[in-house]
Write a protein that binds this ligand. Structure first.
Ligand code: MG
Length: 255
């Protein structure tokens, strides 16, 4: 799919989708506690999205197996799970690293965002993993200015994550967003060795580093969705949808 640039009016409409996604993440965070099932968190998220007259974008999304579209409104990925974990009977436990990814469609426009939480008081290395993933995302966002290039975003993310020794997942990357959840261009979280597309106002991107405590290699579980670290180490994931404007990057997935 080609890159589409959004007008300021269209960016305003994307902001509504972004705000709803941010609300969902805030709601889920407020309910995230030991003993709560991931299915319960998912039900809360779906109810909030539907109450707003919007549609959960993940539910029914096609994946690797055409017979198994994604069955839920949130991805909830725990510990060594990087992304695309499926909500279900599992309950949240003390000491878990919980990544929540939410997506919604408002009047045809998508918002997509993710955050990683620690249940309890995180040991310093895990705190560092989570903080570094968030800071890497923010550095990527800050690099998304008109006149820069895609590689500047990728490099900014890499320059936060790599010096701290974390694995940068390469099999999954950020993406353009708009009337579809996944549009061109892809936004890698590491330098690919070419400048890539020039950034200009109207380009909307989901910037989403995924970092691991060990190797960045990932594999899919038998459920055809859940992506885990191959070496079993912990992973974190942060994501914002942003719009590049004349005045610089603006985060859309915020309240
Ligand atoms: Mg995304």
């Amino acid at each position: 799919m080609a890159v589409t640039l959004k007008s300021p009016a269209e960016i305003d409409r994307m902001r509504r989708a972004g705000r709803l996604v941010a609300e969902v993440l805030a709601l889920v965070e407020s309910e995230l506690a030991v003993g709560v099932s991931t299915a319960h968190l998912d039900a809360l998220a779906e109810a909030h999205i539907r109450r707003a007259g919007a549609t959960p974008s993940f539910k029914g999304y096609p994946g690797a197996n055409p017979k198994r579209p994604f069955p839920a409104s949130l991805c909830i990925s725990i510990d060594q799970e990087i992304v695309h974990g499926i909500p279900g009977d599992r309950t949240i436990r003390e000491g878990q690293v919980v990544s929540i990814d939410a997506g919604a469609i408002v009047d045809g426009w998508h918002g997509d965002a993710a955050r990683t939480f620690y249940i309890g008081e995180a040991p310093a290395p895990v705190r560092d993993l989570i903080d570094t993933t968030r800071l890497a995302m923010m550095a990527g966002i800050a690099a998304a200015v008109p006149g820069a290039y895609l590689e500047d975003i990728s490099g900014a993310v890499e320059d936060v994550a790599a010096p701290r020794g974390f694995g940068i997942v390469r099999q999954f990357v950020g993406h353009g967003i708009g009337r579809s959840m996944h549009e061109e261009p892809q936004v890698p979280n590491y330098r690919v060795g070419r400048k890539g597309r020039r950034l200009e106002p109207g380009l909307c991107l989901a910037i989403e580093p995924m970092l691991t405590m060990g190797s960045p290699d990932a594999r899919m579980l038998d459920d055809d969705w859940t992506i885990v670290t191959r070496d079993g180490t912990l992973a974190a994931h942060f994501e914002h949808s942003i719009a590049i404007t004349e005045r610089g990057p603006q985060i859309l997935t915020t309240i």
